[in-house]
Structures are given as structure tokens and as C-alpha cells.
Design a protein around this ligand. Structure first.
Ligand code: C5P
Length: 209
């Protein structure tokens, strides 16, 4: 059976949590596509030099290994910013396209979360959900995650970081972050994790019938 759930939205809106829960509920495979861009971003930072050569970044994107995706430094704010810089490069996106398209149509169902899943990677996805939340709530949630390893980090710093990343993701020319016309909008600002997950599950269950 092929069944794709496309979950898009800005940083820290709850996409990852919802995606994992949905994948577990229905026994679907799950791909966090942000980790692909983060892995490229972190490798580019390692090469250093400040200026990022798109050809080099694209070559790295085309040669990602499982070890690159399993690194434990992919969730840092620095990795997020580096990811969003390489994600604006058409050659990097092109290098990651086939892998994601194939993953989306794998047997047994797949959940992919990102920014362009419902618009570019899988425009024919059976279910598309665009997850949002207010900037303040997103910053507070992400701060709670990051402060464990970065005790000096403030909510304001996280908010500034998220806003910069969202602006870059929404305004780039290639595959900008946006809701597909046929996506369900799920605003998690006033929802608990469980409520948000249950809403997503209900939509998928209805489509599977
Ligand atoms: O979702 P996450 O915050 O891990 O994504 C990191 C960055 O990767 C995003 O800010 C965005 O620039 C990029 N990205 C993207 N397209 C996707 C997934 C992530 O451009 N499908």
C-alpha cells in the first residue's frame, strides 16, 4: 500500500512530535527531512570559511550517509541556521529530491515532515497537514528543549533565531515554505500534544477509509 502523509510548517510548530506519533499509530515509515538539510549544514560548517559554495554543498548533499544523519549535533540552533542557508540553494534541494520522492511512495505508508513536502516532494500526498503555532509558543517550546544543553540561552534568543530562519525559508525562490492549497491547517498554539496528535490521526483515519 502506498499512502503519504505530508506534514509541513515552520520551525518548532510540533511537526516532528505529530509525525512520529502518526507514524507509530499507523505503522508508517517516518522521514524527518529537516535532518537532511541539517546534516548538510553541519558538514558545510566543518569545512568552514564562511562563504558556502553551492557546488560543494550539493556534493555533500548527494553523499550523505546514515552516520551523517545520526550525528548528535544536528538539533543545535547553529545547525538549524546552517540548514536553512544550504536549503535555499537549488542545487542542494535538487540533490536531495529523488531520495525524498522515493521515500514518500515506499510500500507500507510514509510520513514526511518538512517545508515543501505537500507542495514539491509529494504534491499528490493522500493527506497534507500544515502545522503552525504562534511565534511565542514555538520559541518557548524550542527553548525548553535547547536549554537543557545550553543553560544560558534565553527565550528571546530562540525567538530571534526562529524568526530569521522562518523568514529565510518562506522567502527563498526555490520550494519556499508554504501550505499547499489542499492542506489542512493545524494550529497547535492552544492545543496539548495529545490534542494535536488526535486531530492529525482523525484526518488520516478518515482518508484511509
Ligand atoms: O525542520 P527543521 O527545523 O529540522 O529544518 C531545518 C531547516 O531545513 C529548515 O529551517 C529549512 O531551511 C530546511 N528544510 C527545508 N525543507 C524541508 C525540511 C527542512 O528547506 N523539507
Amino acid at each position: 500500500m502506498k499512502f503519504t502523509v505530508a506534514i509541513d510548517g515552520p520551525a518548532a510548530a510540533g511537526k516532528g512530535t505529530i509525525s512520529r506519533a502518526v507514524a507509530e499509530e499507523f505503522g508508517f515509515s517516518y522521514l524527518d527531512t529537516g535532518s537532511l538539510y541539517r546534516a548538510v549544514g553541519v558538514k558545510v560548517l566543518e569545512i568552514g570559511g564562511g562563504v558556502i559554495d553551492p557546488a560543494v554543498a550539493a556534493r555533500l548533499a548527494g553523499n550523505l550517509s546514515q552516520a551523517d544523519l545520526d550525528r548528535d549535533d544536528l538539533r543545535t540552533a547553529m545547525a538549524g541556521q546552517a540548514a536553512s542557508k544550504v536549503a535555499a540553494m537549488p542545487a542542494v534541494r535538487a540533490a536531495l529530491l529523488d531520495f525524498q520522492k522515493t521515500y514518500a511512495r515506499r510500500d507500507g505508508g510514509a510520513v514526511l515532515d518538512g517545508r515543501d513536502i505537500g507542495t514539491v516532494i509529494c504534491p499528490d500526498a493522500e493527506v497534507k497537514i500544515y502545522v503552525t503555532a504562534s511565534d511565542e509558543i514555538r520559541a518557548a517550546r524550542r527553548h525548553k528543549e535547547l536549554v537543557v544543553t545550553m543553560p544560558d540561552l534565553t527565550v528571546e534568543q530562540v525567538l530571534t533565531d526562529l524568526e530569521a530562519r522562518d523568514a529565510r525559508d518562506a522567502n527563498r525562490d526555490t520550494a519556499p515554505m508554504k501550505a499547499a492549497d489542499d492542506a489542512l491547517l493545524l494550529d497547535t498554539t492552544a492545543l496539548s500534544i495529545d490534542e494535536a496528535v488526535q486531530q492529525a490521526i482523525a484526518v488520516i483515519r478518515a482518508r484511509l477509509k
